[in-house]
Design a protein around this ligand. Structure first.
Ligand code: ZN
Ligand code: ZN
Ligand code: ZN
Length: 384
């Protein structure tokens, strides 16, 4: 995981005693068109509970600026009038800014810069009524996240985080939001962005946001790149293991079918020591059909020597593998089982290690898969 995220998570998720805390989602999310919360400590949460009349009253107070005593100046020369009591109650940071005593009859002034006038207006109105329009949130979510963090308005910050998490976050803006989430102390959002970046790395790394980050925060870009490479190799390793397991399971099934063919006979092949009865029922051994063809070929092939025909070569390998898995060659019906056991004793150390590893992996894979351990009565325990 990238260091920026770890540092951020560490600072954000550890309480005073040093015990870890999960990134929180306090309070339920509402999905109404107009969202609302009152101040941090207010028991009233959301427009569902706050009566419309009360909300309208707060909005009127804001819109009409009746007896407003603060002028908020924005970047583009705009002024928003507000009430110090409301601002100070909704935001502890505003309270601090408005602490100095009023010296004249003129309204006190505050400057909020770096975000558009309309976004500041939505922000201040939220301090009054705890409401916003969905389209305003979509348009100004980034500015509102920054403002809510800077002025410590947690209900709005939470709303912004939820909106981003549930739809406003996309591959185009995720890099910007990720950096912002790190700056704004939003651990849950940072983690969500981080996962999204790794999951869609190819698309994300071609965005404008990525290019800008590469210039402005080369360390963060490098860390994300390293995380993406790690994630990619983890993914490849997972796929490799899955494929490997499939092969071992197939081999295991082939071993079961081999014992079954020589012991019971199946379809067109009879057991060597009993009368052949053509069995019309479908065979329960999945590998039987393929193996049956191989066994029939092996019985009739003129080149039946190891390294001769490709099919016979495969059959020799099957027979050797069986012998290595077979617990009791004396009662085993599979041809050459005992001969192979003799040969194995004279085998080179290198070959033995290779075969032993294969046998162990086949058995381990089957055990992981949860099936009974070598169900054939003949092949009943791990070859030693
Ligand atoms: Zn069969
Ligand atoms: Zn052959
Ligand atoms: Zn055997």
């Amino acid at each position: 995981m990238c260091k920026a995220l770890i540092n951020h998570k560490a600072s954000a998720t550890v309480d005073k005693k040093g015990s870890p805390m999960a990134p929180p989602w306090p309070g339920p999310a509402n999905n109404t068109n107009r969202k609302g919360f009152l101040s941090n400590a207010s028991p009233l949460r959301g427009c569902n509970c706050v009566s419309k009349a009360k909300t309208d009253l707060w909005e009127r107070l804001f819109n009409e600026a009746y007896k407003a005593d603060v002028a908020i100046h924005t970047d583009d020369g705009g002024i928003i009038y507000a009430h110090a009591n409301i601002l100070g109650t909704a935001s502890p940071v505003m309270k601090g800014l408005l602490k100095q005593p009023k010296v004249s009859r003129r309204p006190r002034s505050i400057a909020i810069q770096g975000v558009p006038y309309d976004a500041v207006r939505v922000f201040i109105r939220f301090l009054y009524s705890s409401c916003y329009e969905e389209n305003e949130m979509e348009e100004f979510v980034v500015a509102l996240l920054v403002l809510s963090h800077l002025y410590a308005v947690s209900p709005l910050k939470r709303e912004c985080e939820q909106k981003l998490e549930h739809g406003l976050l996309n591959t185009e803006n995720v890099v910007d939001i990720f950096q912002l989430a790190l700056l704004c102390d939003a651990p849950r959002l940072s983690l969500i962005c981080y996962r999204m970046i790794l999951k869609n790395f190819k698309a994300v790394s071609t965005t404008e946001g990525w290019k800008v980050m590469k210039q402005s925060h080369p360390t963060l870009e490098r860390e994300l790149l390293e995380s993406a490479i790690e994630e990619d190799s983890r993914k490849k390793e997972r796929i490799r293991k899955i494929n490997e397991r499939k092969i071992y399971l197939l081999l295991y099934e082939a071993m079961e079918a081999l014992v079954h063919i020589y012991r019971d006979g199946c379809q067109t092949i009879g057991p060597w020591d009993k009368d052949f009865k053509e069995n019309k029922d479908p065979c329960k051994y999945v590998a039987c059909k393929g193996l049956e063809l191989l066994v029939r070929h092996f019985a009739g092939c003129k080149l039946r020597v190891p390294g001769g025909c490709i099919h016979c070569k495969r059959m020799w390998q099957m027979l050797e593998l069986h012998s290595r898995l077979c617990a009791d060659s004396d009662v085993c019906k599979v041809p050459l089982c005992r001969n192979f056991k003799e040969r194995i004793r004279k085998q080179s150390k290198k070959d033995e290690v290779r075969w032993k590893m294969l046998v162990t992996r086949i058995l381990r894979t089957k055990k992981i898969a949860g099936a009974p351990f070598l169900s054939s009565g003949v092949v009943s325990s791990l070859w030693q």
